[in-house]
Write a protein that binds this ligand. Structure first.
Ligand code: PLP
Length: 402
């Protein structure tokens, strides 16, 4: 099979000019943007046939579109899955899969430190639809074994958890899920298929906020679910069409454009993160660095085995606590204070005063988040410019002199 760098550039293509006999004569080099909500037919029978399933002729944009399908094929290919469904957002993909697969009385076993939106969606399912959710640390398959029962339908994990960059025991947990006939789903948004391909580790479904590294330029919202077995896509597809969180063709086109440089960008994100993590861990204002590829990190060997390329998200704890965290994110000049991650630019947030502001100190501590924690999505800028920016923000926040 060709390398992922080649496959990210030469993606699935469908549309092309044909000669009088219908043979292709030339094709556009880039994937065409087909910005059409509906598709016209000459024959009523053909239209009826096309409505029968997900893969026939295009009928209506919510059910399928050539640009969106090119993205779906590309994502399935990069993740090593059989097929994919693209969604309007990462939460569209996650909610779509949960709603399509779960029934009242079912149990989901999920990693405790999940993305906040996913946690909120699961809590809502418990409250309104009687779906049970049990949480595990992600470190030990025995925790899953102890909770799995006859109504357990889904195991939900994240390759790299946000904001603490924890890497769970994906192979151990996915193998345990398989033994119990439970579907294993992994949100791979923070790793991307360049760093980890959960299908190879036993996942049935790989979820993405394509908003993040896949699109990579902070200019589009999108999501996807990739399936190891196409039968599962066929099962959930009609329900996702009902939900209506389908990807827009222009968003799919921008995402494909981003994917062409994904392997190059991931290499730069990870190299910059490695350098910054190393230097931050030696800075007197920093009490802990969460980047599990650092030699000093307690889970370094798991992270290095599962994601040998590293990761682009890191977080660090400031000695000065809450005030220091807030001052730091307001003090950076190259990095920007913004909530997303995975784009070309370095972004910082202070979870205790933004995404996790509703948690008191005890709840923050249980989630592994200190009051002075800063999350940094490391971009692809020059690393020395980033380090100078971090140093000046630390100096001006705490009056430190070097
Ligand atoms: N999954 C993870 C790990 C995320 O970090 C996010 C957003 O930050 C999402 C899912 C949701 O994605 P979206 O914002 O595209 O709906």
């Amino acid at each position: 099979m060709r390398n992922i760098r080649t496959r990210a550039v030469h993606v699935a293509q469908e549309t092309g000019a044909t000669d009088a006999a219908g043979a292709p004569t030339s094709r556009p080099l880039s994937v065409p943007l087909v910005q059409s909500s509906a598709f016209a037919f000459d024959s009523a029978d053909e239209l009826a046939r096309a409505m029968a399933g997900p893969d026939g002729a295009y009928v209506y944009g919510r059910r399928g579109n050539p640009t969106v399908r090119a993205l779906e094929r590309t994502l399935a290919d990069l993740e090593g899955g059989a097929s994919a469904i693209a969604f309007a957002s990462g939460m569209g993909a996650i909610s779509g899969i949960l709603l399509a697969l779960l029934r009242p009385g079912d149990r989901v076993i999920a990693q405790r430190c999940l993305y906040g939106g996913t946690y909120a969606a699961l809590s809502d399912l418990t409250e309104r639809y009687g779906i049970e959710v049990a949480y595990i640390s992600g470190d030990d398959p025995a925790e899953f074994e102890a909770l799995a029962g006859p109504r357990t339908r889904l195991l939900l994990l994240e390759t790299i958890a946000n904001p603490t960059a924890r890497v769970p025991d994906l192979p151990g947990l996915l193998a345990a899920a398989r033994r119990h006939g439970v579907l294993g789903a992994v949100d791979n948004s923070l790793a991307s298929p360049v760093l980890c391909r959960p299908v190879e580790l036993g996942a049935d479904i790989v979820l993405h906020s394509t908003t993040k590294y896949l699109a990579g330029h902070s200019d589009v919202i999108g999501g996807a679910a990739v399936f190891a077995d196409d039968a599962l896509r066929r099962e959930v597809w009609p329900r996702t069409v009902e939900l209506g969180a389908s990807a827009d063709p222009f968003a799919a086109w921008l995402t494909l454009r981003g994917i062409a440089t994904l392997p190059l960008r991931m290499r730069a994100h990870c190299a910059n993160a490695a350098l910054l993590a190393e230097r931050l861990s030696g800075h007197p204002a920093v009490t802990a660095v969460h980047w599990p590829w650092l030699g000093s990190h307690p889970r370094a060997s798991r992270a290095r085995t599962l994601l040998s390329g590293g990761g682009g998200l890191l977080s660090f704890e400031l000695a000065g606590g809450r005030e220091a965290g807030r001052a730091f994110v307001e003090g950076v000049e190259v990095a920007r204070l913004a909530l997303s991650l995975g784009g070309v630019e370095t972004l910082v947030t202070h979870p205790a005063s933004t995404s996790h502001r509703e948690l008191d100190e005890g709840a923050l501590a249980r989630a592994g988040i200190g009051t002075g924690l800063v999350r940094m999505s490391v971009g692809i800028e020059d690393p020395e410019d980033l380090w100078r920016d971090i140093e000046q923000a630390l100096r001006s926040s705490f009056g430190l002199t070097k």
